[in-house]
Design a protein around this ligand. Structure first.
Ligand SMILES: [Zn+2]
Length: 281
């Protein structure tokens, strides 16, 4: 699977700022955010008066207060004119999407002249939408807490109220860091919500479609799971040093264990061998 870095290179080559290539990883980050803080982002795709489409690449997520005020604005507009629907072209932006836009602004300003560093855009806070026909909607939205940015970015509206949170972008960075650690137990990073060089480098190496758990450990691998494999081999009566590195002795022990349990003795610990060893990932 392509990495985020490869996706950025491709966008630069093709003069595009379409971040939908990372929608798999974005969805994983959104789910993780709502895991860290339940219902911090709510889906608003089903609001009456909104134009949606099945091919939509938009992440229809907002903070709940912003969603309710948008509902009220749409309700007022529907009362006056039932046929005009609000078309949202962009709403929530995940950390990885913001990382891509920020990288484009540095490496290819002709595509994106300016983009905030991940963690700092109000699209990442679930407080912004980009829409069609701002002239039609400005009045309804501004009556309900949504503010037009102005001619500098005419499609952009952001929601402001004393009750909203402004640290959701930071939560997004934390969610990515948490995800990375879960799927890369051999390369842990600090979960601090700070998008520094270490986080950027790991995001560049992340798969665009989202993380998939590796369930095969073999000669040359190392890390916390290998340590558990070695411990459980010993507990099962198969001698191997506990080093955290899958070396020749570990492989020999795995082969003996596999044959003992009626498995194929290939010396690589895949899902069946891990299960036989009592290791759940
Ligand atoms: Zn915007």
């Amino acid at each position: 699977m392509a990495t985020v870095k490869e996706a950025i290179d491709k966008l630069i080559q093709s003069n595009s700022d379409d971040t939908s290539v990372v929608s798999g990883l974005s969805r994983q980050i959104i789910t993780q955010m709502n895991d860290l803080e339940p219902s911090i982002l709510v889906n608003f795709e089903s609001l009456p008066g909104l134009q949606t489409s099945v091919e939509s690449r938009v992440n229809f997520y907002l903070q709940s207060t912003a969603k309710e005020y948008l509902r009220a604005a749409l309700r007022e507009s529907l009362r006056k004119n039932t046929s005009v629907k609000l078309k949202v072209n962009s709403a929530f932006r995940s950390t990885v999407q913001q990382h891509i836009l920020h990288q484009l602004s540095i490496r290819a300003p002709r595509i994106i002249p300016l983009a905030a560093k991940p963690g700092n855009s109000n699209h990442e806070n679930g407080l912004a939408i980009d829409i069609n026909d701002h002239a039609i909607w400005q009045h309804y939205l501004e009556d309900h807490g949504w503010h037009w940015f102005g001619k500098g970015d005419p499609v952009h509206f952001h929601f402001a109220a004393p009750t909203v949170r402004h640290d959701i972008g930071t939560l997004g960075v934390k969610a990515f860091q948490t995800l990375w650690n879960r799927f890369n137990p051999n390369d842990l990073m600090t979960v601090d919500g700070n998008f520094g060089a270490q986080t950027a480098a790991r995001m560049d190496r992340s798969p665009v479609g989202g993380f998939v758990m590796v369930t095969l450990f073999r000669l040359g691998d190392s890390g916390a799971v290998v340590t558990r494999i070695q411990q459980n081999l010993i507990n099962a009566g198969f001698a191997t040093p506990i080093t955290g590195t899958f070396d020749q002795k570990t492989q020999d022990a795995v082969i003996k264990f596999q044959i003992d349990r009626g498995l194929k003795g290939d010396g690589a610990a895949g899902p069946m061998t891990l299960r036989a060893l009592g290791i759940k990932l």
